[in-house]
Design a protein around this ligand. Structure first.
Ligand code: NAI
Length: 702
């Protein structure tokens, strides 16, 4: 996997190439191989290398990180610390070589990959669309443990380094060059040549000129860095509410590390990494990482190759779907009955690509080229060339059925027809279809450009190739895909509904709107339920709840309240009236008149712990129902769906993981207690009780 050769100029070229995977992961074994190669190179005398280039054997990735599977074996803080020490020491050998080293980076370079590169004398990157550099360890509840937390701030300054490590975000080529993370950008075809030229320059003592930081930045990275650390901590606490230990540990390790020698800093990094490997948050997030990759349904058919997508409806969702399809290289034929809607869609697509150009993620030329693949229309001409059509018109059963009949006449006999309904059963939409086997649900979340999940819903009659093709499109769009059985609300909205129902109950019990939203954020949700309902639209939420009411039965009691809101002309953000006021279109304070819509308008406080228990219990119990009804085929599908679909707190690992952590017998007991106090809506799911009695868990114990 790690090979090296010396060229005729005595430059060593170390190639990293995972033999079985399309992506280069660094396993423990690979790190040991790298160590052997480095030891060997260090001792070479005949000829003595002029320098070394590290390059990947893959067409579009350098190294995507350390193999996380290897982390699953950590049982103690010391296990994690030991691994960190090994990583630091092996990568450290690059810096100790008696000649310069250059990382030649084409494609993704993340985590351990970037840490390797940071130990090199210089980094040359390409302008390949997949070239991106980042330290995403925080997303697994960890810190960069193979020297990254110490090398990065020393190279790019405290501010930029903290920003990268606390968000885990990708840095694209031009910003990477500007911040000094990369020394040169070249095109992929000349990467090796450019890296070798850099080796030669370095060997002659010509050091790369790194961009000079503006004086304010120099101050903030230097004498005023205390301000940066204080600001970062404040921001972390405001966004994570103290639910995540890793970001605080990153700040601590960087801050204290910079006050010490490099060796002292590395020691702190090792200790911090070791400690974090034993936190429940890291375990939950690692579980999610594997659940996200493992939740792929075993497909029984080959997908049809995709070139063109037809989209029906150019509203909020249709525009978002079109944007993402175009971004991923697909041709889009977009139909609406309203010219203005098509104009707005074209505008929003243009704005999206302008933003990408501005951030230099794509060139203006490529963005312009992409837009030539978009064509709006008010007719069906051109739809027969689409391998898949996604319908995103109003949420109205008869309209969707009518359009389906039109579509079946307009597309080719193989075209898949996907409907982006948020709650209507696919079986009903496809009731009169001539080819129900080619009809499927594809439930996106808003905003489509940002939300990472798509739920794919098969009806009883959907065939395997339709499913395979739709899954392929979801993946091509860069989404995490979960396959769900046809049932009102599918999975994500289904578990969300009892949570929103409990929200109304808590408001009826007197809790103020803003306090409730604040509590939910403290629990780890990205937004509170009242804000969320305002965003989705109270009318939309009401419609979804009404579709689900007959299935959820007594667990859903507050549908009347939704009606009261719509009767009162309160639709949420879109008409500036909801739980909150929206002066000039921006979210303002709570609209206190909203309390008049409750049977008990007086407000009172309810302790956080009680609110947390009620909201979480309603949601988790519904998840238990979903699994026993066969809506999803495994707990990991449900955990991934909840987290990526509506932001269930990742540090809890998803509803099923969270129930396991509570202990199923304890959770059943909690539900009985809540049912006694608040009513039968908390009666535990029978399948949950059975599991608890049998001493089973959702996931095998570790
Ligand atoms: P929207 O109201 O923004 O857009 C609907 C578009 O459909 C309008 O531009 C309208 O002119 C067009 N349309 C209506 N009849 C048509 C016809 N006969 N032929 C072609 N176009 C027609 O609605 P939005 O929010 O984009 O929702 C679309 C669908 O997506 C609905 O089924 C909704 O339930 C679903 N959905 C919405 C989500 C959201 O957050 N808004 C999330 C997930 C799904």
């Amino acid at each position: 996997m790690i090979l090296y050769e010396l060229d005729d100029q005595a430059i060593a070229v170390v190639t990293i190439d995972h033999p079985e995977e399309p992506l280069n992961f660094l396993s423990f074994q690979a790190i040991r191989q790298l160590e052997e190669v480095l030891d060997h190179l260090a001792q070479l005398t005949e000829p003595r290398p002029v320098g070394v280039v590290f390059i990947s054997g893959k067409p579009d990735n350098f190294i995507v990180g350390v193999d996380i599977k290897d982390f699953l074996g950590f049982r103690t803080v010391e296990d994690g610390a030991e691994t960190s020490r090994t990583g630091q020491s092996v990568f450290g050998k690059i810096g100790q070589l008696p000649f310069p080293s250059v990382a030649a980076i084409n494609g993704t370079c993340l985590g351990g990959g970037l840490e390797l590169a940071l130990n090199c004398t210089s980094r040359i990157i390409t302008d390949h669309p997949k070239t991106a550099l980042g330290l995403p360890e925080v997303k697994l509840g960890l810190l960069p443990g193979a020297s990254g937390s110490q090398y990065l701030p020393r190279l790019v300054g405290v501010q930029k380094a903290l920003d990268m490590m606390l968000t885990g975000k990708n840095i694209y080529p031009y910003p990477a060059r500007k911040m000094g993370l990369a020394d040169e950008i070249v095109s992929p075809g000349v990467l090796l040549e450019a890296a070798k030229a850099q080796v030669m320059r370095l060997a002659k003592g010509q050091h790369p000129t790194r961009p000079k930081r503006p004086s304010l930045v120099r101050l903030l990275d230097g004498p005023l860095k205390g301000l940066v650390f204080r600001g970062a901590k404040k921001q972390v606490l405001a966004t994570t509410r103290g639910n995540y230990p890793a970001p605080l540990e990153i700040i601590r390790v960087v801050k204290q590390g910079l006050g010490r020698s490099l060796a002292g800093g590395l020691k702190l990094e090792t200790q911090g990494f070791g400690r974090l490997t034993q936190t429940p948050e890291h375990k939950a997030m690692t579980h999610l990482f594997f659940a996200g990759r493992g939740s792929k349904t075993a497909l029984q058919a080959q997908p049809r190759p995709l070139q063109q997508v037809g989209i029906l409806g150019a509203g909020l969702m249709g525009s978002g779907i079109a944007t993402v399809c175009l971004d991923k290289g697909l041709t889009v034929r977009h139909k609406d009955i309203d010219f203005k809607a098509l104009g707005r869609a074209r505008g929003s697509i243009q704005r999206y690509f302008d933003g990408r150009v501005k951030k230099r993620i794509v060139s203006r030329r490529d963005a312009g080229l992409t837009l030539t693949h978009y064509s709006p229309t008010t007719g069906y001409a051109g739809f027969q060339r689409s391998q898949i059509v996604i319908e995103a018109v109003f949420e109205d059963l008869s309209l969707k059925q009518e359009l389906l009949a039109d579509l079946e006449g307009a597309v080719s006999p193989e075209t898949v027809i996907a409907t982006n309904t948020s709650s209507l059963p696919i079986n009903q939409i496809a009731q009169e279809a001539r080819h129900p086997e080619r009809i499927i649900g594809m439930h996106f979340f808003s905003p489509v450009e940002k939300m990472p999940l798509v739920e794919i819903i098969t009806s009883r009659r959907t065939d395997e190739q339709t499913l395979a093709t739709t899954v392929a499109l979801g993946k091509r769009m860069g989404k995490t895909v979960i396959v769900v059985q046809d049932s009102p609300g599918f999975y994500v909205n289904r578990i969300l509904t009892p949570y929103l129902n409990e929200t109304f109950q808590l408001l009826e019990d007197g809790l103020p709107v803003d306090v409730l939203d604040g509590y939910a954020r403290r629990m780890g949700f990205p937004v509170g339920p009242c804000t969320l309902t305002d965003e989705v639209g109270l009318d939309v939420a009401g419609k979804v709840a009404a579709v689900m009411a007959p299935f959820i039965g007594e667990r859903l009691q507050m549908t009347g309240h939704n009606q009261r809101f719509t009767d009162d002309g309160r639709l949420g953000r879109k008409n500036g009236r909801g739980f909150y006021t929206y002066p000039k279109g921006k979210k303002g304070p709570v609209d206190a008149t909203v309390y008049q819509l409750f049977d008990h308008p007086q407000r009172q406080t309810i302790p956080y712990e009680q609110v947390r228990e009620r909201l979480l219990a309603a949601l988790l119990n519904e998840a238990a129902f979903c699994l026993e009804e066969g809506l999803i085929d495994s707990p990991s599908v449900g955990d991934v769906g909840a987290i990526y679909g509506f932001g269930f707190p990742p540090f809890l690992g998803g509803p099923y993981w969270a129930m396991d952590q509570l202990g199923l017998p304890a959770f059943v007991e909690q539900l009985h207690r809540l049912a006694e106090r608040h009513g039968s809506r908390f009666a535990p799911a029978p399948g949950l009780v059975k599991r608890a009695e049998a001493g089973e868990r959702y996931y095998p114990g570790d």
